[in-house]
Ligand binder design. Structure first.
Ligand SMILES: NC(=O)c1ccc[n+]([C@@H]2O[C@H](COP(=O)([O-])OP(=O)(O)OC[C@H]3O[C@@H](n4cnc5c(N)ncnc54)[C@H](O)[C@@H]3O)[C@@H](O)[C@H]2O)c1
Ligand SMILES: O=P(O)(O)OC[C@H](O)CO
Length: 421
């Protein structure tokens, strides 16, 4: 484990960072983090591990990476990334810092990391967490960049909660008006990180921090924490040892903030996570009406109604800890809704599906080269949750999107279905 001297003379360990996922957004976030670990060598190990779901890619003859010796033979994506420092499949044309290591072995990628960034389409997270459970540091902390919700018979949960409870760690959430391709090109944007860790992770007094190992047993103490809904957490957290820099909001700001990527830190993990998930359903509706050629007024109506349903859903199912302002004032809320309804993949796929008269899933396959949209599954999951509670009519927009996706309603019915909203 790399360490640096401290004023007190004791070892000061550095945080090791792993990104779990390497798609369009995963690779963009990896770029940001690797730039910042390089710039902040006092806090972080420079090398950033990026777990890649291994697949083979063919390098076309006209590519600058075409290798005569290899010819048309498909090559492993991890090997291409590590050799050329570019994710040629999911983030083509963007140079990645050389301190990113693409790793196809998930357990090896997370080994010894104190900071785990979860960034992959939500349908894959369950399997990935199963593989790393028991193979991570007990005092690791996570940030979920996943835009989706987890719906089971028991109810709806956030991926931050689900990852945290499943792995026995604290996990916050990052979400914002963040079209990956613009951020990868270093065009200015904002994001919101919700991180509300146990006080023990950042209290500097008394010294040493209460997360220090017991001097007799060497054990690192467990701590009780409050979850995103304000309840006592099911998970007893292990305190971050005091020979690491505090894992506080400042630490995450340093890790994520770039001149082209401005970070706002808040404590409302539920509001940030829900905004990121539900706006994808609204973006599909915006794509449907745009595909019919109804113009900007119709799209604005969809955004207004969608925002109201997002707030209502948050308040109704996640209680008073959810802040309305997260939806109406943060980048994760209204700003993400606007960008997603303007140029997001969910919006674009829904628009093309109406224009061509084919399903959104078919457009996703044809247009996105392996990238995955999240709105279709989220619409279904939210609908099954609402239906089980007899609440579909209280969320006419969410319900209409699911019904259109399943061919039960037509786009032309949207105005009538929204008449009471
Ligand atoms: N792309 C964006 O502009 C953007 C921006 C903000 C947030 N997000 C969110 O970030 C999350 C990740 O999206 P993305 O854009 O990085 O992904 P993506 O759609 O670009 O890529 C798909 C990823 O899934 C991986 N994959 C395919 N099959 C898999 C399997 N069986 N198991 C595990 N992984 C598999 C692929 O390797 C690839 O990395 C999503 O929740 C998305 O909503 C995306
Ligand atoms: O391209 P989408 O629709 O997955 O949206 C991307 C981001 O979430 C926009 O902030």
């Amino acid at each position: 484990m790399a360490s640096a001297p401290t004023l007190g003379g004791g070892p000061q360990k550095k945080h090791k960072v792993t990104i779990v996922g390497s798609g369009n957004w995963g690779s963009t976030i990896a770029k940001i983090l690797a730039e910042n670990t390089r710039a902040n060598a006092d806090l972080f190990e420079e090398e950033v591990q990026m777990w890649v779901f291994e697949e083979e890619v063919s390098i076309p003859k006209d590519s600058k990476y075409y290798d005569e010796a290899a010819g048309d033979k498909p090559q492993k994506l991890t090997e291409v990334i590590n050799k050329h420092h570019e994710n040629v499949k999911y983030l083509p044309g963007i140079a990645l810092p050389s301190n990113i290591v693409a790793n196809p072995d998930i357990r090896d990628a997370v080994k010894g990391s104190t900071i785990l960034i979860f960034n992959l389409p939500h349908q894959f997270i369950g399997n990935v967490c199963k593989q790393i459970n028991g193979h991570i540091l007990p005092y690791a902390r996570g940030i979920s960049c996943i835009k989706g919700v987890n719906v089971t018979d028991d109810g709806v949960s956030l991926f931050s909660e689900w990852i945290g409870d499943g792995l026995g760690i604290y996990c916050g959430a990052l979400s914002g008006a963040n079209l990956a391709r613009e951020i990868a090109a270093e065009k200015w944007s904002e994001t919101t990180i919700a991180y509300d860790p146990p006080a023990m992770d950042y209290s500097r007094a008394p010294t040493p921090r209460t997360g220090s190992p017991n001097p007799t047993t060497g054990e690192i103490p467990e701590i009780q924490h409050t979850d995103a809904r304000g309840r006592a957490s099911k998970t007893k957290l292990t305190a971050v040892p005091s020979d690491y820099p505090p894992l506080d909001q400042d630490c995450f700001r340093t890790l994520f903030h770039r001149p082209y990527f401005h970070v706002q830190l808040v404590s409302d993990v539920a509001g940030v996570s829900l905004s990121g998930a539900l706006k994808n359903v609204v973006a599909l509706a915006a794509g449907f009406v745009d595909g019919r050629g109804w113009g900007d007024n119709a799209k604005a109506a969809i955004m207004r109604i969608g925002l109201m349903e997002m707030v209502k859903f948050g308040k109704e199912f996640f209680g008073e800890t959810v802040q309305t302002a997260t939806f109406t004032e943060s980048s994760a809320g209204v700003a993400d809704l606007i960008t997603s309804c303007s140029g997001g993949r969910n919006f674009r796929c829904a628009k093309i599906s109406v224009e061509k008269g084919i399903s959104v899933q078919e457009v996703e396959k044809q247009e996105l080269n392996g990238q995955k949209i999240q709105g279709t599954t989220t619409a279904e999951e939210v609908n099954s949750f609402l239906k089980a509670r007899g609440l579909e009519s209280e969320y006419p927009l969410f319900t209409a999107v699911n019904d259109i996706l399943h061919g039960k309603r037509q786009v032309d019915e949207i105005p009538n279905l929204m008449s009471d909203s």
